[in-house]
Design a protein around this ligand. Structure first.
Ligand code: F6P
Length: 345
């Protein structure tokens, strides 16, 4: 009888999830496995909601955005009897292994299920935030940053036309990677990330100076930045994270810039636009590689691990190590930002 593999995608969707599922299903089929996809992340496993995933179901998923399996931020450890239901449902559906695709939260659940219940699980890293420390890149990030750079360049055109200061607010919950790459790749005049607190006055000075030189300025800001006088209290999700959507960092920065400098300022928040649409070439290839490797690891019964990109090699790390600490922007990147700015940051 064929062995059976369950696959789920949890947490915020991102481009690359469908190619990763496709890679996993196609490779699994070649190794003699049948696959089932759980609907809406861990919720699907807790509630035993799944669909069959045959090679012909996923063959055209290489360029599809979002996750066709659906996602949620459900945490089984926050549900009455949740972990036990996961175990029972895996058995009930006759599954021999599970591939969980997600970020720190989804993979944190996978790590706990493996540690506490010996769950036969393999992790696949995804997140537009790129903040998982055990892998050099997560798929979703390249597409998100590429979309943000495009947005920044469009804002620059309007800034130049109207001699304005333009502020672009990008996502990135705990880490400034998307803002950093966007700022660097669009030649922003100031990039504000949570790892390097700055005063509003410092941003305003840089904007003033850029405006003096060229009559427009671009600021890229991460949604997670703490601004002076800000309100950090927001509703939390099931994993205890702030829902950042109401903080309005970009808009507050634009108002403060206008107040400090007298330069007309506008803000654009691209939000979830960064998470939709077809994955870039980089994300399609990375997603395919990690999806394929996850199926191979399940076949080899190598559980409790996450697939990781190290340099240009696909390797494995333990789920414990993968979820132990977040990857944030370090000193060498801040130095690079400084190297390419006319005004000192
Ligand atoms: O973790 C990915 C991410 O897009 C963050 O950058 C952002 O803060 C969060 O998800 C938004 O979550 P939601 O889609 O639940 O609003």
């Amino acid at each position: 009888m064929a062995k059976r593999l369950g696959i789920l995608t949890g947490g915020g969707d991102c481009p690359g999830l469908n190619p990763a599922v496709r890679g996993c299903v196609l490779q699994a089929a070649r190794l003699g496995w049948e696959c089932a996809g759980f609907l809406d992340g861990w919720k699907g496993l807790v509630e035993a909601q799944s669909i069959a995933l045959r090679p012909e179901d996923v063959e055209d998923w290489i360029n599809k955005g979002g996750t066709l399996l659906g996602s949620s931020r459900t945490n089984p450890f926050k549900r009455e009897g949740g972990p036990e239901l996961c175990r029972q449902n895996l058995r009930k559906l006759g599954l021999d292994a599970l591939v969980a695709m997600g970020g720190e939260d989804t993979l944190g659940v996978a790590a706990r299920l493996y540690r506490e219940f010996g769950f036969p699980v393999v992790g696949v890293p995804k997140t537009m935030d790129n903040d998982l420390s055990a892998t050099d890149f997560t798929f979703g990030f390249d597409t998100a940053a590429t979309i943000a750079v495009d947005a920044a360049e469009r804002l620059k055109d309007t800034g130049r036309s109207h001699h304005r200061a333009m502020v672009l607010e990008v996502m990135g919950r705990h880490a400034g990677w998307v803002a950093l790459y966007t700022g660097l790749a669009s030649g922003a005049d100031f990039t504000v990330i949570p790892e390097k607190p700055v005063s509003i006055k410092a941003v305003a000075r840089a904007v003033e100076s850029a405006h003096r030189r060229k009559k427009h300025a671009l600021v890229v800001a991460s949604e997670a930045v703490e601004l002076e006088g800000g309100d950090a209290s927001q509703p939390l999700d099931e994993f205890g994270h702030n829902l950042l959507k109401q903080r309005g960092v970009g808009e507050r920065l634009a108002r403060a810039i206008e107040k400090e400098t007298g330069i007309e300022a506008r803000c654009a928040v691209i939000g979830h636009i960064q998470r939709g649409g077809p994955p870039t070439l980089f994300d399609r290839i990375l997603a395919t590689r990690v999806g394929v490797r996850a199926a191979q690891l399940a076949d080899e019964k190598r559980f409790g691990v996450m697939v990781a990109l190290k340099g240009n090699r696909i390797e494995e790390v333990s789920l414990e190590e993968a979820t132990g600490k977040l990857k944030t922007v370090g000193a060498e990147w801040l130095e690079l930002l400084r190297s390419v700015s006319i005004d000192s940051h």
